[in-house]
Design a protein around this ligand. Structure first.
Ligand SMILES: Nc1ncnc2c1ncn2[C@@H]1O[C@H](COP(=O)(O)OP(=O)(O)OP(=O)(O)O)[C@@H](O)[C@H]1O
Ligand SMILES: [Mg+2]
Length: 242
């Protein structure tokens, strides 16, 4: 499933957050997005997923040649697009197994989710209330599994690695590698190079600053950027605007 984003301008709570994003992700490609806190990375993923408070003022989102800019989130999920959120809400009234059963009855069971359930050790979490009192690593493992239960063709992963210990990181990267080898399309937001170095294939790395993609390049760029920080690269954008 391919994704094309054209000149995307987005506001939320009356504030301009994305200022002209262009991005093309071909079917089966894995793209990484990095950038400083507040650059707009999560907002971009929320907008692609159709979260209503991110209002598209200009531009288009094209999924497999279809303009999905105005579609509701559930219509996008039905087409195979699914977001793993950066933060998970604690829902004290729904058990993991209840949501799991609902998703399986809606989307069927798929091989990737079955493998992920084992790798991510979900059985220990099935009796718990959704994300309630779970550790950071448990929440990330569960969210990744639930994302895969919607049988996605394109997955948006917002910091699947933040706050997780090294053993969980290995499990999470193993599942992302299954996503990659299943030829799903993948966009992954991260602050860390170690998860990227664990992936079997990375097609493109993008740097976001202040609501824009300021540089797109191969994986080598990531080491350089993570070593030298974002300041210089983001200042170049400011200089261009002045
Ligand atoms: N609903 C909203 N209303 C107002 N401002 C928002 C909203 N959502 C995001 N923002 C602002 O937009 C900017 C981008 O936020 P976003 O969460 O997308 O950044 P990010 O790149 O994901 O940062 P981080 O690396 O910290 O997760 C921030 O300044 C944030 O405060
Ligand atoms: Mg974020």
């Amino acid at each position: 499933m391919s994704l094309i984003i054209e000149d995307l301008h987005v506001e939320s709570s009356g504030r301009e957050i994305l200022r002209g994003i262009d991005l093309e992700v071909k079917e089966g490609e894995t793209h990484i997005i990095v950038g400083p806190n507040g650059a707009g990375k999560s907002s971009l993923l929320y907008t692609i997923a159709g979260i209503p408070k991110y209002v598209v003022k200009k531009g288009r989102i094209i999924l497999n040649s279809e303009d999905i800019t105005r579609l509701q989130p559930h219509e996008r999920v039905r087409r195979g697009l699914c977001l793993m959120h950066q933060f998970q809400p604690q829902i004290k009234t729904i058990k993991v197994s209840d949501l799991e059963n609902i998703l399986i009855s809606k989307f069927g069971i798929n091989e990737l989710a079955v493998k992920a359930r084992e790798i991510l050790e979900i059985d220990n979490l099935r009796n718990r209330y959704l994300f309630t009192n779970m550790s950071g690593g448990e929440r990330k493992r569960l969210e990744l599994y639930l994302t895969l239960l919607t049988n996605p063709k394109i997955v948006l992963l917002d910091e699947p690695d933040s706050g997780v210990d090294v053993d969980s990181l290995v499990k999470i990267s193993e599942v992302i590698n299954l996503i990659i080898s299943s030829s799903l399309t993948c966009i992954l937001v991260t602050h860390r190079g170690d998860i990227v170095n664990m992936l079997r294939k990375v097609d493109r790395v993008h740097v976001m600053c202040n609501g824009k993609i300021v540089e797109s390049n191969g994986k080598d760029m990531l080491d350089r950027v993570l070593k030298s920080g974002f300041r210089k690269i983001c200042e170049r954008l400011r200089d261009k605007r002045e």
